[in-house]
Ligand binder design. Structure first.
Ligand code: XIL
Length: 340
């Protein structure tokens, strides 16, 4: 009995020491939050950075592929698919019981030249789109739970972006992309993903109109992703309206790429606190305004300030995430934890 007692104490102490040695904390987002919490990840860090991997597993229960499933990465030339990195992330997710979100099937960004400079007709491009969606979605059937089927289709003024897909296939490419994805994996939860919903009422309305149209036509769309790459200066009212508008669709709502830029302000104790308040505001508003059955979850765009896409240039540092460059929780992390 006494032996068991001391063994338990010994294990607990070891566990706490090892967690703090890795710069982690023993409170965890995934345990505290009442909805799924994810992070975008990249294969390079997952493979090579132990602290990154451990922080992910300690804090999050979902992952999104940050770049590895984008067209250029996964389908670099006609008929050639490169699965190595995407497979690595999906296998890692499945092995570790993380819900895996696929990003992204149809987008104007990260296109290989054979698509961005495409010269053929609509029949040929339609066949390429169909093949791409079917091939990628079928490969990960029942392992990737959900997809951003179409990403960023609108300009901030609410007009359609004149992407190669739009120009050659017309606006209905969106509906057809969803059909192809659904045919390839009828169980996958399919999202339309858009940026700047919180900053642009025109874009918000355009997205809402499209969601209603697609649903009225019984197009297999199940969710609306709002990227929420936002900033300290973004007024809270836009965030609230964006979340309410998304919830009103009745679709699953995913805050899919959350980060909060500090710039153009300098990083200081007070901007760090202001960022914490903004994170707390977003996360609590999401929980309050999105009905439980529509809460797909919140995903931050990577894990620490060290690996954020906004922090690639040494001369212009950013501090957009919940963990700092040393993998330590920031005020924003504590503010979220303390609100639940
Ligand atoms: C970004 C990645 O984070 C960067 O590493 C990459 O260089 C460019 O793309 N909206 C999206 C994401 O939907 O795919 C983008 O990701 C960020 C903006």
């Amino acid at each position: 009995m006494i032996r068991v007692y001391f063994a338990t104490i010994f294990c607990t102490v070891c566990c706490v020491l090892s967690l703090s040695a890795q710069g982690q904390t023993n409170v965890s987002l995934k345990k505290v939050l009442p909805f799924p919490i994810g992070a975008a990840v990249n294969a390079k860090y997952l493979k090579n950075n132990v602290a990154y991997r451990q922080l992910l597993l300690a804090q999050y229960n979902c992952i999104t592929t940050e770049n590895e499933m984008k067209f250029k990465a996964i389908h670099p030339s006609k008929g050639v698919y490169n699965w190595i990195n995407a497979d690595y992330i999906v296998d890692f997710g499945v092995k570790n019981n993380l819900r895996v979100h696929g990003h992204t099937l149809i987008w104007h960004g990260s296109l290989p030249l054979w698509i961005s400079k495409f010269q053929g007709d609509s029949v040929e491009l339609e066949a390429i789109m169909k093949d791409h969606i079917r091939t990628v979605v079928s490969r990960y059937k029942n392992r990737v739970a959900s997809w951003d089927v179409v990403n960023e289709a609108f300009n901030d003024n609410g007009s359609y972006k004149k992407t190669i897909w739009y120009k050659i296939l017309g606006p209905d490419y969106i509906a057809r992309a969803f059909k192809y994805a659904h045919e390839a994996d009828p169980n996958a939860i399919l999202f339309f993903n858009e940026n700047a919903n919180e900053a642009s009422p025109l874009k918000r309305n355009a997205v809402l109109k499209l969601m209603k149209k697609l649903m009225a036509r019984n197009i297999p769309i199940h969710g609306l992703g709002m990227q929420m790459h936002t900033r300290l200066a973004q007024p809270n009212s836009g965030i609230t309206t964006a979340i309410k508008t998304a919830a009103a669709t009745g679709l699953q709502v995913h805050l899919s790429e959350l980060d909060i830029r500090i710039r153009p302000y300098a990083y200081s104790d007070s901007t760090d606190k202001a960022q914490a308040l903004k994170y707390k505001f977003i996360v609590t508003q999401y929980n309050a305004l999105v009905p439980k059955k529509q809460q797909f979850g919140i995903t931050t765009w990577n894990i620490t300030d060290n690996d954020s896409w906004l922090n690639k240039s040494k001369s212009k540092p950013e501090w957009p995430l919940l963990f700092d460059k040393n993998y330590k929780p920031k005020k924003a992390f504590n503010a979220i934890i303390n609100s639940f």
